[in-house]
Write a protein of this length. Structure first.
Length: 207
């Protein structure tokens, strides 16, 4: 069972989805990091959760209405100054690391420009965003929390991320029997999954 840091390992001194948060996660023994992706006005892929920047920076405005250079004017850190990271900046910073890339909007696989030096799981709540990503041996793609959506073509995804309060043996077995890897999120390090010991042991990634 591997722990994945949600938006990096952030706190009162380190902002979420920053390079410092990602560094902090790996330095503290996390196996991987989950980060959120959006595009700027000039189509740069940056790491930020919200569509607006005011919650996590000293600026205001929508990410898709600001260019990358305009975003660089603002501080996304807390104790230290942090600029909004590009996805390319992050994936080229590390080797042999594990990343979950959550698409917050439609982003083409060519725009992600993934390299081969890390492991990538591409996720989204939006099935259309994931259907837009072709299957590949370079990465895995999956859906977040679509527990009972019968319209999902299970052959089109590699994994599903299920909220810890929803997971149970019946749901786990359904996806596992269909060849879909099950990830559990919302856990942190408080493991109290409603799964049998056998199935709990099969869950590889906890977010």
């Amino acid at each position: 069972m591997h722990f994945i840091a949600h938006r990096g390992l952030y706190n009162n001194e380190i902002g979420e989805n920053t390079l410092s948060a990602i560094d902090n996660a790996f330095q503290n023994g996390y196996y991987g990091v989950e980060i959120d992706l959006r595009k700027t006005k000039d189509n740069k892929v940056v790491i930020i959760h919200d569509p607006f920047i005011s919650r996590v920076s000293n600026g205001i405005g929508l990410v898709n209405q600001l260019t990358y250079q305009e975003l660089l004017k603002y501080n996304f850190g807390k104790k230290t100054i942090e600029r909004i990271p590009l996805l390319s900046e992050v994936i080229n910073r590390y080797e042999n690391r594990f990343f979950i890339l959550e698409l917050k909007e439609k982003i083409l696989i060519s725009e992600l420009n993934l390299n081969d030096q890390n492991t990538y799981y591409i996720s989204s709540f939006n099935i259309d965003y994931i259907n837009n990503i072709p299957k590949s041996t370079q990465y895995k793609k999956g859906i977040i929390n679509y527990l009972f959506n019968k319209n999902i073509n299970l052959k089109s995804i590699d994994f599903i991320m299920i909220l810890d309060t929803f997971i149970n043996d019946e749901i786990y077995k359904f996806y596992n029997n269909n060849g879909i890897e099950v990830l559990v999120y919302g856990v942190g390090k408080k493991i109290n999954l409603n799964l049998s010991k056998e199935n709990r042991a099969k869950v590889k990634y906890i977010i």
